[in-house]
Design a binder for this molecule. Structure first.
Ligand code: FES
Length: 357
């Protein structure tokens, strides 16, 4: 089925290099090496193609985008193409001078994530001493003309401190706070038992989030979503396969979502060889789960299919081994019982598994 919508966002993993070793990292287990990274001139052409395709938002992410020495050049290229440029960063290594250069180049939005309100616990999750650095960076961000989002990644190891985490985020005076439960893809899957929140934690968190939304209304926008494994219906993953966004990995592969590389039988086209317009309109990978022809009868006849577009294909594959299966998060899936199994509290003696790269 051909594309019926225009993409809105281009997510560019400009590198997989990263100084952090977060237990919940959703980057693939096999990451792209520095030598395979696209050079700036290819990114520049891709950004222009993205703008011509109607894309508005450019998200530079990684890994850690700051690991690219030519990051200012990439930002400038996105800005010159007319895209709104956001950088998702840990902030580690960012100095006042470099930040000023990035803003000068056209950076308009910066997202900084915090792993906990407690420094030692935050550093434990990040696998490195990053928390104090991040806090020190915030006044420098506030000096700049930048929209600022604080991202709080929550899970079993910190959800009990959600109120403190929101208070910390609030004290940093961002424009937006995003509370994101860990998604179990990539490296995070290795630490799933350690990170899976308990039912009690999830129940505690719901009113905390609602109270914060009410308190912050008109001051700070707060976005939060229910953790997938506790939901009864699947999320519209990436806004629907091949409907809203294109992700480019550091080596130039164009993917419909951040995890699609795990799906068997796919050949992902590369922006080195194909234009973004061709990829969006004609790439078999982007067409694979568009529309409803691929869905089971249960999904095809479900009135929710226009809301969730069949849920998450990667999750269906990871949990059932069948990428066409009903997303097991869905209450109508014959494998929905799996979710209860996976939510069962694990022992307290689990050890964290860190990425060593
Ligand atoms: Fe791939 Fe959801 S992460 S479809």
């Amino acid at each position: 089925m051909p594309a019926t919508t225009r993409p809105q966002s281009l997510i560019c993993e400009v590198t997989h290099r990263c100084p952090l070793h977060c237990l919940y990292c959703s980057n693939p287990i096999e990451m792209q090496q520095a030598a395979a990274e696209l050079p700036a001139e290819v990114w520049r052409r891709v950004f222009q193609e993205a703008a011509a395709l109607g894309i508005l938002h450019l998200h530079l992410t990684g890994g850690e985008p700051l690991a690219r020495k030519d990051l200012a050049e990439l930002i400038q290229a996105g800005h010159d193409a007319g895209l709104y440029v956001n950088m998702v960063t840990s902030g580690v290594g960012l100095t006042e001078e470099r930040l000023a250069g990035l803003v000068q180049a056209g950076l308009e939005h910066l997202q900084l994530s915090f792993q906990d309100a407690d420094e030692a616990r935050a550093n434990y999750i990040a696998g490195t001493r990053a928390h104090a650095w991040k806090l020190g960076l915030v006044p420098l961000i506030k000096q700049q003309r930048l929209a600022f989002t604080v991202n709080l990644v929550v899970h079993r190891q910190n959800l009990d401190r959600l109120e403190e985490m929101i208070a910390l985020a609030e004290s940093l005076e961002p424009n937006r706070i995003e509370i994101a439960h860990v998604q179990y893809y990539g490296w995070a899957l290795k630490n799933r038992s350690l990170l899976m929140p308990t039912e009690e934690q999830v129940q505690y968190a719901l009113p905390v989030v609602e109270a914060a939304k009410t308190r912050l209304r008109g001051k700070i926008h707060l976005d939060a979503v229910l953790p997938d494994y506790y939901a009864n219906f699947p999320k519209a993953c990436v806004g629907g396969w091949g409907r809203q966004m294109i992700l480019i990995d550091p080596a130039g592969r164009a993917l419909p979502c951040h995890s699609a590389g795990i799906l068997p039988g796919f050949a992902f086209d590369n922006v080195r060889e194909k234009s973004l317009s061709w990829i969006w309109g004609q790439s078999p990978a982007f067409e694979r789960f568009r529309g409803d022809a691929w869905m089971s009868e249960t999904c095809r006849s479900c009135e929710r299919k226009e809301r969730d577009f069949g849920g998450c294909r990667c999750q269906a594959f990871l949990l059932t081994g069948d990428m066409e299966a009903i997303d097991p998060v869905c209450t109508y899936s014959p494998q929905h019982g799996l979710m209860e199994e996976l939510r069962k509290p694990a022992g307290d003696d689990l050890l964290p598994i860190y990425r060593n790269s």
